[in-house]
Design a binder for this molecule. Sequence first.
Ligand code: ASP
Length: 340
Amino acid sequence: MSSRRKFIKKAALGSVALSAFSACGVQASNATTAPKEAPIKTAKKPLIISTWNHGLAANQATWEALNAGKSGLTAIEKGLNISEADPKVRSVGYGGLPDREGKVTLDACIMDQNSDCGSVSFLQGIKHPISVAKKVLEETPHVMLSGQGALNFALSQGFKEENLLTPESEKAWKNWLEKSKYQPVINIENHDTISMLVIDKDGNLTGGCTTSGAAWKMHGRVGDSPIIGSGLFLDNEVGAAAATGLGEAVIRTAGSAMVVELMRQGLSPNEACKTIVERIYNKHKNHKDMPYLQVGFIAINKQGEYGGYSLRGGFNFAVCDADNGNRMEKPDFKMTWKDK
Ligand code: ASP
């Protein structure tokens, strides 16, 4: 059994003996196809939702941090650090697939209930970009640091520089170089950017996301994930939203900010995510040339309703609450991978 699965199992078993608050054990996913209709789902607060299968282990760590009385920011950092450190997660942090020059470049951002935010983009050599983004929020007058400046800042804060390119990712890059054809790898291996949204027991929202971005991107490319309003957005009076998938498509619509604004106008999290996915679909006239076009959104509103929607099938997210534990859910989607 992998150490990550052991961790989840141990955490799940440990939670049985604890209070109802800590009953966020892992449940197997039973959803194999998208539901015909997406009912509005409400969960008891606190509630955590995270993109993709690796969201389960991240949710568990975030749940434990909340249970230990940590702030939403710290709880999100603890959760996302799990994916960042896992070399088997080839789309986040250590072990992430590199750009076309063989460099692992990382994007991350974090936002809290006061609309304070921190972000890093094009950061190299630091395993935990979400922790650096949190430091940007806490220690600087800025929102976003990039490239060498972000690295200098991280080093000044005590972060250690290290090689993030694992032998497996280096091998994958060398294979790619043989044809050097850019087709972003989306949905493969079922994990991409991890985006996480939390509503705590008092109803306050926090969000974060961290990624190594699109594999084989041009050196210097930054995706949606570190951009407040694109990869992540929240308004503590309304709700929170986050994205995964082709960053260029999400940026073109200011995706997460729009999902939150639609929830402000009264749409449910599901409906708001679906409306922006439809908008993204309509903005791209050349679907045939973009077989890799995939985006997925997750959202929570202030009432604790949550949902998601994706352009193509295959997207899933991890949901954790006291009543139903930590489980995978499959949202509805617009089209299959065969549709053009
Ligand atoms: N949104 C990320 C990016 O475009 C990648 C992903 O979520 O798959 O950088």
